[in-house]
Each structure stands twice: as C-alpha cells, then as structure tokens.
Design a protein around this ligand. Structure first.
Ligand SMILES: Cc1cc2nc3c(=O)[nH]c(=O)nc-3n(C[C@H](O)[C@H](O)[C@H](O)COP(=O)(O)O)c2cc1C
Length: 305
C-alpha cells in the first residue's frame, strides 16, 4: 500500500488533503464533518478583526470551467470565534486558523488573538482578488507587505505560519521568497484568480451580488500548478498546493510540481464532502500503478534534476 502520511511543519497528517479556507470552515461541526470524510487537516473560513457581513447574494456562480465566488469574508470577527472554534484539539485532525486583514495593524491584532485560540497553525491571506480593502485589492501582494506582515504575525503568534499567495501577481516567486525570509513556515499557493465576472444576458446584469468574484476549480488548476512549480524552485519551505484539485490525478500532478500538501476547495462542491477520501483512494491507485510507495518519491518529480 502506498503511504500517504506526512508531516507538515510539525503537524502530523494522515494524508495530504486539507480543506481549503472558505469552504465549510465556518463551524466546528462542519470542519469535523470534513475530517470524518477524510480531510487530514482543515482550514477555517478567514477571520477578520471586525465582524463582516460579506457581499450580497448570490455569492457563488458555477460555469463549465469552474466557479466564481464573491463571498466577501463574511465572518463573526476574531473576538467572536472562540466558542465556535473551541475544543479543537478533539476535532480529530489539525485545524488551521485563517486570518485576513486590511493592513499590518489588523494582522498584529489578529495574530495576538489567534495565539490564544485552539488552532494548530495559522494561515494569513494576502491574496483575495475580489474584496475591496483586503488582499491584492489592498496592495498586500507585494514583497514588502508580504515580508512586513509575515514578520508581524510570526512575532506575535508562535504557531506554524502559512502565507497564502495570489496567482494574479507577476513576480510571485519574489513574494514567496519574501515570506520565507520573514519567517513563514509554509506557502499556500494559491488563492482564487481574477477577479472575473459573469453577466446574465436576460437581466443584463452581473450575476454575482458583488459583481466580481474569484475564480476557482478546473480553470484555475494549470495556473496553480505553474505557481507551485515556480515557488518550489525558489524556496525550501513546504508548499500547500491549492487550486483545481478535483481528483487523484490532479493531486499527483500538484505533488509533482512540488506540493507537500494539497488544499481542496471547489472539489467539495463538485464531488461531495467525501471528496477527500475519494482523492486519496485515486492517488493511492495511481501511486500503486506506477510503483510509487511514498509521496516524497513523487514530490517535485516534474522538475529537472
Ligand atoms: C466559496 C469560496 C470561498 C472562499 N473563501 C476563502 C476565504 O475565506 N479565505 C481564503 O483564503 N480563501 C478562500 N477561498 C479560496 C480557496 O481557499 C482556494 O484557495 C481556491 O478556491 C482555489 O482552490 P480550489 O480550486 O480547490 O477551490 C474561497 C473559495 C471559494 C470557492
């Protein structure tokens, strides 16, 4: 049997699949459900300093190549998550707290408060393409901001720190290097692309309530694979490859690009909550058919020796 277990920055994972932020990570119950269905770790919905309502509905639209979402970071705010995200040690697998802020000050507050919460690791999001005031729309996708925010969070919270980057920037490798130099323990690559827009030609209006949305799913995969491939050549910290992984073959592709673990988001919509188990079974089958016994044997295999 192929061995799918791994260690990610000290976290023991039974397999490489991690529930990506924003998909079902809004409550302890929904995260536990994903764990029961095979996720080796789960990421919370991103948490901001203040309570946020998010964008008006509809917030998700699917199309043949993938989906657009304009959720807009709806969450109760960092001061109101302790109850819902309590007792996470007994959730069955590591829980990663996702933090999103507007600037260095926000991230300082979030890091201090998250240090006292039950998360085993922290992910900071510098990369949302469609929420004004956050991520790339707030100018956080520069090497300077990436380094500054990574350092601030690392100083205030001693948990393993993952930095989530955007596929939309030129010079992505510079961002990954800046994060690594500032103390990041891993890179999550990538967030959604775009933003994109779909127009309903009958009403003659954009479909999404927020008008624009981040693109995920199938259409994102080749971009995400390229991003992971480039980052793998530039940094030595692990990469959580995220973007368009729907089945075991996609998982293998992402690992060959250089990913240590795999973020799974849109695939939950396509294939159901047990997609984690399904992807692992398919990955195992692929590895066995190729005579590969461990993930390490496959990791980065697409790079020239
Ligand atoms: C409905 C939805 C909500 C999302 N919300 C967040 C979020 O709150 N924070 C975040 O960092 N990423 C968020 N994302 C991005 C995903 O975590 C992931 O990076 C992206 O969707 C690419 O992976 P996928 O193709 O497997 O979905 C969201 C994605 C979707 C589809």
């Amino acid at each position: 049997m192929a061995d799918l277990s791994l260690k990610l920055c000290g976290l023991k994972l039974e397999n490489p699949t991690i529930l990506a932020s924003g998909i079902m990570g809004t409550s302890r119950a929904s995260m536990t459900y994903a764990i029961k269905n095979g996720a080796a770790a789960v990421t919370t919905k991103s948490i901001s300093v203040e309570k946020r309502k998010g964008h008006p509905a509809p917030i998700i639209v699917t199309y043949a190549g993938g989906m657009l979402n304009s959720v807009g970071y709806s969450n109760p705010g960092i001061d109101n998550v302790a109850d819902e995200f309590g007792d996470l040690q007994n959730a069955g697998a590591p829980v990663i707290g996702s933090l999103t802020g507007r600037d260095e000050n926000d991230f300082a507050i979030l890091a201090e408060k998250a240090a006292a919460l039950d998360f085993e690791a922290i992910e900071i999001v510098l990369s949302c393409p469609h929420t004004p005031g956050y991520g790339t729309m707030a100018g956080l996708s520069t090497p300077e901001k990436t380094a500054a925010i990574t350092q601030i969070v690392k100083q205030r919270c001693k948990k393993p720190l993952f930095v989530k980057l955007s596929p939309n920037v030129m010079g992505l490798v510079e961002l990954a290097k800046a994060a690594e130099e500032a103390g990041a323990d891993a890179i999550t690559a990538v967030n959604t692309a775009g933003p994109g827009m779909i127009i309903d030609i009958k009403s003659r209006k954009p479909v999404l309530g927020g008008r624009i949305g981040g693109l995920s799913g199938d259409a994102l995969r080749p971009i995400a694979v390229r991003c992971v491939y480039d980052i793998y050549e530039a940094v030595s910290i692990p990469i959580i490859g995220t973007g368009g992984i729907i089945n075991g073959e996609h998982a293998a592709e992402m690992i060959m690009a250089g990913a240590t673990a795999l973020g799974i988001g849109s695939a939950v919509y396509y294939r159901g909550i047990d997609v984690f188990k399904k992807i692992c079974l398919e990955l195992e089958e692929f590895m066995e058919s190729e005579g590969i016994s461990s993930l390490a044997q496959m990791r980065g295999a697409a790079h020239e020796a």
